[in-house]
Design a protein around this ligand. Structure first.
Ligand code: CA
Length: 245
């Protein structure tokens, strides 16, 4: 379909739902639309899965045995490394009045059961589009974040209208960070996206390579270099304020 992932690795979605037939239906539908799907049937498994590899999106059922969906949401939003992950919460009709409290916990969107699989896919795509802030009028070829603008077609990155002189690797690294603005990515994820290599290189080399390029990219961003945050134990994240100054 037209909103399928544009390039690079497909978005990873973690589906957290204890009812296995619903989980399977969601997974089937999302996979068909080009998402990579992992499922977890309870809260602790979901948090373990997130800590193994930060997903691009979490689809979270509110009604889970033991640790509730709200508890999982609270836990995700309470951790520096995971608070940027967008969450689509699935809720039963009678719980709708709890909507507000859930939104306060930081869910990005809600879907009331029963929902059509098509609607679920559309919501997931909409959340990811919002996160990526891809400019629709340019067909998604321009990334904009505050005073930063990347024209992916022209291979040009501008900060306050001034062109940044980036190597191709630094350009792809900035693109990978910006496409998941606000979300933490592991060094391995960044390596796959910016270097186009599989992750069979050793951890030590991964760390050294990515860290070195992040350092250079930071220095080219000048006093905005601190936008690229180190998330200890996880990787990196770019946080660009919408209005700079
Ligand atoms: Ca459930």
């Amino acid at each position: 379909m037209d909103q399928a992932p544009r390039s690079g690795t497909s978005p990873r979605v973690l589906v957290v739902e204890d009812e296995s037939d619903i989980a399977a239906l969601i997974a089937y539908q999302l996979t068909r639309e080009g998402f990579r799907v992992e499922t977890a049937s309870n809260g602790p498994d979901a948090l373990r899965a997130v800590n193994r590899e930060i997903p691009d999106l979490v689809v979270l059922d509110r009604m889970l045995p033991g640790l509730s969906g709200d508890d999982v949401l609270k836990s995700l939003k309470g951790e520096t490394a995971t608070k940027g992950i967008p969450v689509l919460v699935l809720t039963a009709k009678r719980e709708q009045e709890d909507r507000i409290s859930g939104l306060e916990l930081g869910a990005d969107d809600y879907l009331t059961k029963p929902f059509s699989p098509r609607e679920l896919v559309l919501r997931c795509q909409a959340i990811l589009r919002r996160m990526q802030e891809l400019s629709t009028e340019t067909g998604g070829r321009v990334l904009k974040a505050g005073p930063l603008r990347m024209d992916l077609g022209a291979h040009q990155a501008l900060l306050d209208g001034n062109e940044l002189s980036l190597t191709p690797t630094e350009f792809r690294l900035l693109e990978a960070l910006l496409k998941r603005r606000g979300r933490t990515q592991s060094r391995r994820q960044l390596l796959e996206k910016a270097w186009d290599v599989e992750s069979d290189v050793s951890d030590r080399i991964q760390t050294r390579t990515v860290d070195m390029h992040v350092r250079r990219l930071r220095s080219k961003l000048g006093d905005r270099g601190d936008w690229i945050e180190t998330v200890r134990g996880f990787g990196y994240r770019i946080s660009v304020p919408d209005e700079d100054g």
